[in-house]
Every structure is written in structure tokens, then in C-alpha cells.
Design a protein around this ligand. Sequence first.
Ligand SMILES: Cc1cc2nc3c(=O)[nH]c(=O)nc-3n(C[C@H](O)[C@H](O)[C@H](O)COP(=O)(O)OP(=O)(O)OC[C@H]3O[C@@H](n4cnc5c(N)ncnc54)[C@H](O)[C@@H]3O)c2cc1C
Ligand code: SF4
Length: 658
Amino acid sequence: MLGAIPWREGQDLAKARVFDELADHAGVTGEPLDIVVSAEDRITRYGVRRRACTNCGDCSMVCNVGAKNTLMTNYLPMARHFGAQLFTRVQVDHLESAGRDGYRVHCLVRSGPRGRTRSDRIVTAKRVVLSAGSLGTTGILLRSRARGLALSPRLGEDFSGNGDNFAVAYNTDRVTDAQGFGTDTGPRSQIKAGPSITSVMRFGADQPDLGKRFTVQDLTAPSALVDAFRLALMGIAGTQHPDWHPDRVNRWHKDVEWNVNGALNHSLGFLIMAHDSSDGRIVLGDNGSVRVDWPGAPAERIYTEIDEVLAAAVERIDGTYLSNPRWSSRVLGNNLVTAHPLGGCATADSVDYGVVDDRGRVFDPDGGVHKGLYVSDGSVIPRALAVNPLLTISMFTERAAEKLRRELRLPAYDAAREGDDRAPKPAREPGRGRARRPADGGEEAVVTTGNGSTADRVAELRAAAPHDPDGAQEEVWAWIKELGAKRDTKTLEQLFAAGTPPPGLDGPADGILVTTAVNPLLDLPVRLATSLWMPWRGKVFDSRHKTGINRLTAGSALPARLLWPLYGMRETEEGRAAFKFVSGREPGKIEPRIPVLKIDYKPVASNPDLIIRQIRDELVELVPDTHLGRVLLRVPTLRGERFVNIGYFALRQPAAGG
Ligand SMILES: Cc1cc2nc3c(=O)[nH]c(=O)nc-3n(C[C@H](O)[C@H](O)[C@H](O)COP(=O)(O)OP(=O)(O)OC[C@H]3O[C@@H](n4cnc5c(N)ncnc54)[C@H](O)[C@@H]3O)c2cc1C
Ligand code: SF4
């Protein structure tokens, strides 16, 4: 899912060569890393355009190319695909118990330019998963505790900066090209900067004493900071580490402006991660925001030992070792700087030692856990890791999510459908019935995965839809009609699996019957009849009340009267209306892995029992405003009922751009 690849291979990056040489001098091996960048231009199965990495070196600020794999390109689009609704500009302040209803989450909604317009909102939810990061989640829980939510006395403790430190091998005899150029296409882009981290040195990996283990990686200066770094390092080196060697003075003075022969292009940044004491505290300030209380942090002994090892290696290539410039300058402040804040809601065996259990469930000091309240992010990590923490956080979260799925009796994790965002691999052969039962005995799941080309084509159309909504809609509509004409139910099944539940479908939608899917003998006469006379025109949705009704032609009155003599149709602005339904998001009845918008006629008592109340439609969105539906027929069984797919229909509203 993270899409980690060994980027360095075959790239011939100058900084990687220098890094390996430094590792040799430090007595370890420089190893290439698997990093989460994209190596190709492609569109993911969830409709996100990915671009190949250009080696622009801006990673530590932001990837403007679209090559870095982040939550916005992998997990969040997947979540949306499977039915999650995403909201931005909502800041959670605190939460409180709402008894049997779960929790009331108090939020601040920001809108308008720069989010200056604020309004309060309370969301009530049976289950709440906090994932606001080490400082964010701990802050929410500290504010919640101040308002009465009973939480572990360890809340806010065990904070760590992951032993992060930074240093620079400055003005060495080696060209490093570690100056980012972003999307610049001028002379700066002629160098090959490389992603910010491509390689690693591991120290003390075999040492049982964690205090002796640390990790060093290569950094590239991001383009936005190249000029500032060049001048700042020039100043620090000139004032604190004067060096009169002619070559170095020559490179140093060239750095008054950007060039490839200057000191910065012969320098390499280091990200260092170690095992710090992890005994920092996150505390609540008077205004409700949080701050870290950890006066001894930058003075940890491990930092001095690391400096000694690296300084000796840098000297071997005639460079100046600049220990964390922030610590060596009063102007820049003598503060701990970390890209990896961890802890505050540490995971532990009991409430006496931590805030959450191994599944992220929040301990209740009065016993057990707070039902339905979870934490899943870097705040649960109880100590420094001395490596980049993303994988550990992801592992904890995926495990906690899997446990939660079991708790909710949802189908178990399926690598074929969820494992990565490339073309899906078929989970079973077509027509091969049922798939595995989850290990915990949860609901049995039938896995149907679209083949690569169908899912890819939907993904491409989704990616195109924001730029050309009409074109995307027309293409999908024509495709559906073509499949219907060919009665290609296999591809329709794959198309349905690639859809997502429509968000907030409201108002009238035009409909077509795509095809019936009972059996060829029965289908033929139905197709003939419907090609001559089709009384159904579409549906009208009322998203607020989660209901809707069908739109029929005027000519439908007589046959309806014959079939359902006691049932009366209504005249509406949209023509004749009949057969009300209730709608709402639910797992599909035939394929529970596919979240759908159900359209159910059974709960409406006024609907005729003959056929109508036995029908449940299911709908998914393929591109905005364009939907594919399944018609399911309830069949009574000894144990209750089962559903049979008897046909496909499609609905569309005017595309947003149309
Ligand atoms: C520049 C940089 C580079 C990094 N590179 C790497 C790397 O190469 N490898 C690696 O392993 N790690 C890397 N990290 C660290 C990694 O990004 C973090 O460890 C990881 O993202 C932490 O995940 P999280 O879920 O705990 O929190 P976050 O990813 O920080 O997510 C928390 C989210 O909650 C939101 N939030 C906070 N408070 C609230 C609130 N009150 N209400 C609503 N939302 C809120 C935040 O806006 C944020 O979106 C890097 C970090 C930085 C800063
Ligand atoms: S090097 Fe540039 S293009 Fe590649 S991942 Fe980093 S920021 Fe994106």
C-alpha cells in the first residue's frame, strides 16, 4: 500500500556515492533504502494521478511533482472508494461521553478565505478513532480530561523526539549535488539532486543496549531553503569553523550566489535518529494548546557520541562537520527539533503504564477500556525508535484496524483488494462461487474483484472527471449501454465492483434498464418487451430524509392498475411517481465488500407486496453524477431470505460541469 521501492538503484546520484564513502569511513555500510516515491506516470485504481519522481530533491518540504506517496494518494482515496466520507477544515477540540450514543466530539469548522470564518459543530458518534498525531491526539485527550473524561494518569507522558538530530558535512572535497530544484526548469534543474532520503547507515544494530544504536540518512536541501541554507551555513562556517585551506576558501566564497562549484554543492545534510530518554511531557497550556515540557532534551549524551563518529568520517573527505546548527547558534535557538514526534498516549499493558492497549483502545481508569474510543497514530508509540517511524505507526494502525473490523464483524483484510493501489489481482476465478470465511468466524464474504482493465478504465475516467465532467459522464454512459446491449454481465459485475457509494445523491435522476441478468431464455422476452415499451424513467432522491420514489411514464397507469389494482400513483412535477423507497449506505447484499447505496422497497408498507416489496436495488457511483445499479430480488429461504441479482440499471444527473 505504501508503494516503497529501492529508488537509488540505477540512478547514479552523486550524494549517494559520497554517503557510501562516508559510511566506509565511519566503519559501517551505506545501504540503499526502499522509499515511498512513484517511479512511473500512472493512475491508481482509486483514480489518483501519480507522476514519476524527477529527482528534484524537494521531499522534505513538499512534492510538487506528485511523485511522493502519502496518505492523500493511498489510504485516503482507498477509504473514499470504500465509502468513507472525508471532511477537511475541521479541528477537533475535545470529546465527551454521550452514554449509549457513544461520544460527542466538539469541533471547530473553519471556512472562507484562510479559514478565518469559524463555527462550532458537535458530532455524535458511537465509535471515535483519534489519529491527530502525537501532539494533536494528546492535546484532544488532555482537553477532554480537563472537561471530565477519565483517562490514564500517563496521558502526555513518554514523549520522544525519536532521538532526531541534524548535522551537515560542509564544504567537502566531493560534489554532492544535494541542492533541490523543485519544479524549476532552469540551470538548477541540470543537477540530479535525488529524493531527500535514499540511503542509510545503521550503527550498533547488533547491540543489545539500545542506547548504542542509531541511524544516519542523507538529506537534500529543498529548493525553497537552498538559498537560505547556503548563506546561513556560509555564516556559521565562517564565524565558528574558520578554515584557510585554499580549495575550501575558494568554494566557500563562491557561495555568495547559487552555483555548482560552491560549498553547498559539496555538502551533505544528515538526518540522525537515536534512542533518546523518551521522558518528555506534553502539557496543556492556559489557552488550551499543548507544549512540550522537556528541558534536558538537547543535552542527551548520545548526541555527543554520534557527533564524534560522524565528524571523524567527514574529516576524511576534507569537510567541516557542523553539528546541529540550531544548537550551535544562540540566534537559531537551542531547541530540540524533530520531524518525528512520538508518544503522549503510549500503548501499554494497563492504565498504570500507558493510555491505550495494543489495539489502540483507550483505558478507563475505573476499569477496562472506554467502549468505542480508539487512538491510532504516532502518539501510541511509547519510546524513541531510532528509525523513521512511519512503518511502525502504519503497522500499529493496520493491526488496530483489522481488530476493529473483526469487532464490527466486517470482512477481514483482503490483500488482493486493499493491498496496494495498482491494478487489482483477481481474488477468485470468475464463476467460482464463494471465498474464504474470516478466521474469527465473522460474516462470510464473497470477493469479486474487477479485472485490471475495467478498474483501470474507471480510475482513468475518475481522474479525468474533475477537468471534463461531461466527457467522463458521456463515456461511462456509452460504455454501460454497450455492455447492456452485449449483455456482458461479467464486465458489468466488474464495473459495479469498481464503484463507490454515491455521496449525497439528491433530486431527479434519469434512468435506463441496462440488461436483465436472470438467464438467457427468460431475459430474451423481457428484453424484447422493454425495447418496445419502457414505463420507467428514473428516480427522485431525497437525501435529507433518505427516501425516494420512482418516475414513470403516463402510459404506465393502465398496466399498473391491472397488476396492482389497489395501488395508486401520484402526479408530481417530475411526472407520475410510484413505489417509494428508503435509501442509505450499507454493505452490498451479494458482495458485502462493496459498500452501496441501498434502495429498498420492503420497509414502505404502502408498496404492493407483489414483486415491488421483494425488490432491493443497490447503487454505486462510477464517475460523479453517473451511477450503475443492481436489481436484487428477495428469495425466501428456510433461514430467512437471500438475494438474487436479476438485472442492471443506470442513473445519471446532469454532470456538475454541464
Ligand atoms: C518533513 C517530514 C519528513 C518526514 N519523512 C519521513 C520519512 O521519510 N519516513 C518516515 O517514516 N517518517 C517521516 N516523517 C514522519 C512521519 O510523517 C510521521 O511520523 C507520521 O506522519 C506521523 O503520523 P501520525 O498519524 O501520528 O500523525 P500525522 O501524520 O501528523 O497526522 C495527524 C493529522 O491530524 C491532523 N490534526 C492534528 N490536530 C488535529 C485536531 N485537533 N483536529 C483535527 N485534525 C487534527 C493534522 O493536521 C494531521 O493531518 C516525516 C515528517 C516530516 C515532518
Ligand atoms: S525528489 Fe522531487 S519528485 Fe521525487 S519524490 Fe522528492 S519531491 Fe517528489
